[in-house]
Design a protein around this ligand. Structure first.
Ligand code: 2P0
Length: 329
């Protein structure tokens, strides 16, 4: 079977996923809460999967940006491919080659685009054509946020109720709202606490985790209402509330931890200053130091100028809503 290449764009959660469902089977990656995201036109992952006829004992190989990755990262890819090998009975190994347009593991959601691209390329390489819902479920098993990168634009990932995860998939949330997300890089390098470990520690130890889960459904409803009404201020307000609540849970974990750096806080203050001066813009932060600022397309230049002038900012990119994952060849 020939090699298949797929591309998936990264996505940023507006209403965050943080924490797994208690008691769920580990490999299923079932979230404690649903989430709403925006797929971006900037940043993503291109992945080629080539099944190989190899001798017994041969292993999958995984090259990221031209470098053979660590055994731990390669193992995550192999575990993912095992699902397709079980599904099809085709037990061949694969050569997997990825190229990231995202600073890897720096909080710009590289695992989202990575596992969405891998799910699409690998399923096709194994001769399986899955509908978007099934593809989203498959991508979720690589990384929760990857379920959302199968779709373009605004996306809802259902929390679901079933232990099997069959009802835990994403879908597009059509809206006439056009937005920009100004991505402000506030640090470099790999984060100290990866999101999988960070959400695990939080759910196990933070007294704020239960209220996070309890209050979350209303944020999803409010964000959906805002999208239906194309109401940017309402969407921005609930987005900022969701991210600050998520980060509050990490501060109260034991040991407590946080993803903010001094530049992160300086950019948050700048966003508040801009709002006080009548520019509609709102901030969100993930498991890293960067700030993403949501605003109307017409306000993106003013927001970009203002955040670029904040001391410590390493770079600014303006992203628009982006398309669904797709097969390139
Ligand atoms: C999100 N994040 O909704 C949240 C907000 C980070 C902060 O999903 O354990 O790599 O593989 O399911 O998807 C990042 O966590 O974690 C993430 P796993 P994932 O985008």
């Amino acid at each position: 079977m020939p090699a298949v290449t797929a591309y998936a764009h990264t996505n940023i959660a507006l209403v965050k996923y943080w924490g797994k469902r208690p008691g769920a089977v580990a490999g299923l990656n079932l979230p404690a809460v649903g989430s709403i995201s925006l797929t971006l036109d900037r940043f993503g992952t291109e992945t080629t999967v080539e099944p190989i006829d190899a001798d017994d004992g041969a292993a999958d190989s995984f090259t990221l940006d031209g470098v053979e990755v660590s055994a731990a990262e390669a193992a995550k890819v192999s575990v993912f491919l095992d699902r397709l090998r079980r599904l099809t009975g085709d037990t061949r190994k694969a050569r997997v080659t990825s190229r990231n347009d995202v600073p890897t593991a720096a909080g710009l959601a590289s695992s989202a685009s990575a596992f969405a691209a891998l799910a699409l390329a690998a399923s096709r390489a194994w001769g399986v054509t899955l509908d978007d819902k099934a593809l989203s479920r498959l991508a979720r098993q690589g990384s929760g946020s990857a379920a959302r990168s199968i779709f373009g634009g605004f996306v809802l990932l259902h929390r679901g109720e079933l232990d099997t995860g069959d009802d835990c998939f994403a879908e597009a949330l059509p809206s006439s709202l056009d937005v920009r997300l100004v991505v402000v890089r506030c640090g470099e390098g790999k984060k100290e606490t990866g999101s999988t470990d960070g959400m695990e520690l939080t759910s196990q130890t933070s007294p704020y985790f239960a209220p996070w889960v309890e209050t979350h459904p209303k944020d999803l409803v409010d964000a959906r209402d805002a999208l239906a009404a194309a109401d940017l201020p309402k969407l921005g307000e609930v987005m900022e509330h969701s991210t600050l609540k998520m980060h509050a849970t990490t501060l109260a974990a034991r040991p407590g931890f946080f993803y903010f750096q001094p530049t992160t806080i300086a950019v948050l203050q700048e966003v508040r200053r801009l709002r006080a001066h009548g520019i509609g813009c709102w901030a969100t932060m993930d498991a890293g130091p960067h700030v993403k600022v949501l605003c109307a397309p017409a306000d993106a230049p003013a927001v970009t100028d203002a955040v670029s002038a904040v001391v410590g900012v390493r770079g600014v990119d303006v992203a628009a809503p982006g398309p669904a994952a797709r097969v390139l060849s």
